[in-house]
Design a protein around this ligand. Structure first.
Ligand code: FAD
Ligand code: FES
Ligand code: MG
Length: 280
């Protein structure tokens, strides 16, 4: 059992949970993730580290409530317990020697982008962060990003309630066109990563994306997370989650992400009737 030591609600549907897990915290690196089960009968879900402390022995993740398991997780408060937490899983993000890099975080992807941008700053890269959200209320970790020694922080919202009223691809394209980028990293919904990769491809700026295929074991055994990258079939959990965005087959990724949509909707409906609350 893993004790939850703190929780925070960041917006209507986004939550932050901190779990005591000294052995995992000792090894966690930016871009890696954990797999947890809320309770003994629960499914396994992957979530990326948003932060950790090896000195204090905790790991932290930020998640969006999208279905049954994330809803159950949002009910586990400080002092509660999670049945299992396994990690760190996946390969750490390469942060050294990237030069002038743009890190694009869309939606809950900002949670993953934060430790990545921090590690890139520590490695001496010149980092511009571009954050995208539907509106001001859904923007997350702005203060934490502002505390980093970034070259620039650009905020985009769909409705213009804060920052630029633009998609994240607009400032990304401007940086590419100005010859101001040696590398880009995109983290967020598959569709956003697809368009970021299409934007940078035009300017031949190497681009890493952090993929989120459905995962089960997280150790390369089940094949649930397979993705097509160039001519290769690779496993998101052990070969990634980071891949060359110019080679990823995003259409296949998005179609495989929806493969259990019917079962997930049924599970959400059952859960809503059991606990008398909404999963979305
Ligand atoms: P469901 O209703 O079961 O599913 C909703 C959607 O979530 C599905 O259509 C599918 O696209 C996705 N999903 C469902 N089950 C899985 C699964 N086992 N593995 C992967 N995706 C699944 N989300 C965050 O909010 N924060 C994170 O930091 C984060 N990091 C991730 C890191 C990795 C490497 C991966 C692969 C996914 C990550 N996700 C993250 C997505 C998160 O795992 C899903 O939102 C979660 O599993 C949904 O579970 P659910 O039962 O609440 O929703
Ligand atoms: Fe099973 Fe990757 S999750 S092989
Ligand atoms: Mg689920």
């Amino acid at each position: 059992m893993f004790e939850v030591v703190a929780t925070r609600q960041l917006s209507e549907s986004v939550f932050e949970t901190t779990v005591r897990a000294p052995a995992i915290a000792a090894k966690a690196r930016a871009g890696q993730f954990l797999i947890l089960r809320v309770d003994e009968l629960g499914e396994r879900i992957p979530l990326t580290f948003s932060d950790w402390s090896s000195d204090e022995g905790w790991v932290r993740f930020i998640f969006m409530r999208v279905g049954k398991t994330t809803h159950k997780l949002s009910h586990v408060g400080a002092g509660g317990f999670l049945a299992d937490v396994v990690g760190p899983l996946g390969k750490p993000t390469v942060v050294d020697g990237l030069g002038r890099v743009a890190v694009v975080g869309g939606g809950v992807g900002a949670a993953v982008a934060y430790p990545v941008a921090r590690a890139m700053c520590e490695a001496g890269d010149d980092v511009t962060v571009i954050l995208g959200a539907r509106n001001r209320g859904l923007l997350m970790l702005e203060e934490e990003f502002r505390a980093l020694p970034l070259g620039a922080l650009v905020i985009c919202t769909d409705d213009g309630s804060t920052g630029r009223k633009d998609l994240v691809t607009a400032p990304l394209k401007e940086l590419c066109a100005a010859g101001a980028l040696d590398h880009a990293m995109a983290i967020g919904p598959a569709i956003m990563m697809k368009f970021c990769a299409a934007t940078t491809r035009e300017f031949a700026v190497p681009t890493t994306v952090s993929l989120n295929p459905i995962m089960v074991d997280g150790t390369g055994m089940c094949g649930a997370c397979r993705v097509s990258v160039g001519a290769k079939t690779l496993f998101g959990c052990v070969d990634g989650p980071d891949f060359d965005g110019h080679l990823v087959d995003f259409e296949e990724l998005m179609s495989r992400q929806r493969v259990y949509a019917d079962v997930e909707q049924e599970a959400a409906a059952d859960f809503e009737s059991e606990c008398a609350c909404k999963t979305k």
